[in-house]
Structures are given as C-alpha cells and as structure tokens.
Design a protein around this ligand. Structure first.
Ligand code: ZN
Ligand code: ZN
Length: 296
C-alpha cells in the first residue's frame, strides 16, 4: 500500500488507504459512527463515544464482543493480538477470522477519556498487517490545540472547537457543510468538475445558481479577488432585519468563492454573524485546504 490519505470527522482522525472513502456518517462529537468503503466493500467501521471513568480498552472490547455475539462457539475470535502500540491510548486488538478477516481495535484515550471501536475488514490473502499497523497507530480522537480537523473526499479544513457541525450533505461531486457557533453560521461547499462548469459559466453564476450566496434577494456587493493564487470572488450582504427585532441591523454575510484548478473544484465559504466578529469570516476561509499542499 503506497498511498495514504487523512480521514477526519467530528474530532476523530486517522490515516487510511487513499482509495477508502466515507460511505456513511452519523452522530456528533460525543458519540458517532463512520464507515469507509473501497470500490468493493465496507473496509472500516469507526464508533466513538464519551467514556466512563471505569472504561478501559478491555471493557470496550468485551462489551462489543458480547453485543456482536463474537463469543459464540462458531466464531474464530483471537483476543489480545499484539499489533501496534498507539501513543496516548489504552488499546486491545482482537481478530475475527472468516471468509474475510476483521481486525478490531478497542481504544480508550488517556487524554480525553473517549472510547472507540474500530473494525477493519480485509481479505486474508492481502498482506495487510503493515497497513493495519500504520492506520491504527495514527488514531487520534480529540481536537488538538482547540481545532477540529475535517477531511473526506480529498477535501480538508479545520474549525475551532466551538463550531458544531449542524448539517452536511454529500451528493455526486458536491460536499456541503454547515457549522454553527452561538449566533454565527458558516457554510463550506466544494463542488467538483469545475472545468465543465466554467466552460460556459462563471464563479458568480455558480454561487447564485447553487444558493451558496445566501438567502435570495439581498443587496450584494461583489469584489474580484485572488486566493491562494486562484481566481476568486468575494461578496458581502446583510440579512434582513426581522420583524420582531426590527431595531437591530441584520447580521453580516461575507463570502468567498474560488476556482482551484489543481483539484478541479469550486470552493466557497459563506459566513454569517455580527459585525463585531467579522474577522472570523477570513479565519474560516484560511482553514480550508482546497488542494494538497495549499496552506491558507
Ligand atoms: Zn482523546
Ligand atoms: Zn487550490
């Protein structure tokens, strides 16, 4: 296995083979589940939740084995497999043999106390041990320096811990994330096949057609820009004042969209919040890595 990528979601992260991609995700930072698939089958299941003070890797493994009925006589289960040591984690590895093997890692974090159960599935014929070792050794389950990384489908950004994922949507060629923190909202969108779109249309057409710009009918000012060496378009508008709070000005909307030829994608960040926090709009933009090696 030569090629790796980072997968990061809701504060958990690890290195995975580059052809594994997220197939399902639910839950939140407290407790959740993700599944990664390759072209043929489900490769990796990840479950995490807040632990108890009494949690250990062993107790996590045992609870899972009971629940998944792996303790029955017809299951070929091997406990306490010596696979790799994971920095900062109490771990137990256990293997279930079958038509396809599955290596499990039960982990209990000594930093944040989260517990996790990872299950990687592979063909017994694959020379898979080095992959399992490198992948599990890279496991981390908590924000570092107050930042939560997000990485999936070749797209990467990080957000301050205070921002919670409110909604996300993945459909052919398009990723959309909505984060919220108190009275602020941030949208991050990545759309692939930029070359096809840009043949006949512009960045501005894209943000208008795809409703990235924000609620319709607002007075909007545009400015052509450059971002990370890419052609970019910035915009500013303001939400309507609500009837109930008509004395207050609506919150500010600031957006930046750009075309990344390296990743053949269109990327946009839209931020909505009070004028006093305006610099955050730029912070969110800077946290997005549109292509490998681009640092904002
Ligand atoms: Zn942790
Ligand atoms: Zn780029």
């Amino acid at each position: 296995m030569s090629s790796w990528t980072l997968f990061a979601w809701q504060g958990i992260r690890l290195k995975v083979p580059a052809d594994w991609e997220m197939g399902a995700a639910d839950g939140d930072a407290r407790s959740g589940h993700c599944r990664l698939d390759d072209a043929e089958y489900a490769r990796l299941d990840i479950r995490w939740q807040l632990g108890r003070s009494s949690s250990t890797a062993r107790s996590v493994a045992e609870a899972y084995i009971r629940k998944a009925k792996l303790n029955q006589r017809d299951v070929q289960l091997r406990r306490d497999v010596r696979l790799v040591s994971v920095p900062g984690m109490d771990t137990e590895f256990f293997l279930v043999k079958g038509e396809r093997d599955s290596m499990h890692m039960a982990a209990c974090c000594s930093t944040c106390g989260r517990v996790a159960l990872l299950r990687a599935v592979y063909d017994p014929e694959e020379k898979f041990k080095p992959v399992l070792q490198e992948m599990f050794a890279s496991w981390c389950d908590h924000p570092v320096e107050g930042r939560v990384p997000w990485a999936a489908y070749g797209f990467r950004f990080d957000m301050p811990e205070a921002w919670r994922l409110f909604d996300h949507a993945v459909r052919a060629g398009r990723l959309q994330f909505e984060f919220r923190a108190r009275n602020r909202i941030a949208h991050i969108v990545r759309s692939s096949l930029a070359d096809i779109w840009l043949k006949k249309k512009s960045l501005r057409d894209w943000i208008e057609a795809d409703k990235i710009i924000g609620p319709g009918g607002l007075k909007t000012e545009y400015a052509e820009k450059e971002w990370l060496g890419h052609p970019a378009l910035g915009w500013t508008s303001r939400e309507r004042r609500s009837v109930r709070r008509w004395l207050l000005r609506g919150r500010l909307i600031r957006g930046l969209a750009w075309h990344c030829p390296e990743a053949n994608s269109l990327v946009a960040v839209r931020w909505l919040g009070p004028d006093s926090a305006e610099q955050e709009a730029g912070d969110v933009v800077r946290a997005v890595q549109c292509h490998e090696g681009s640092e904002g």
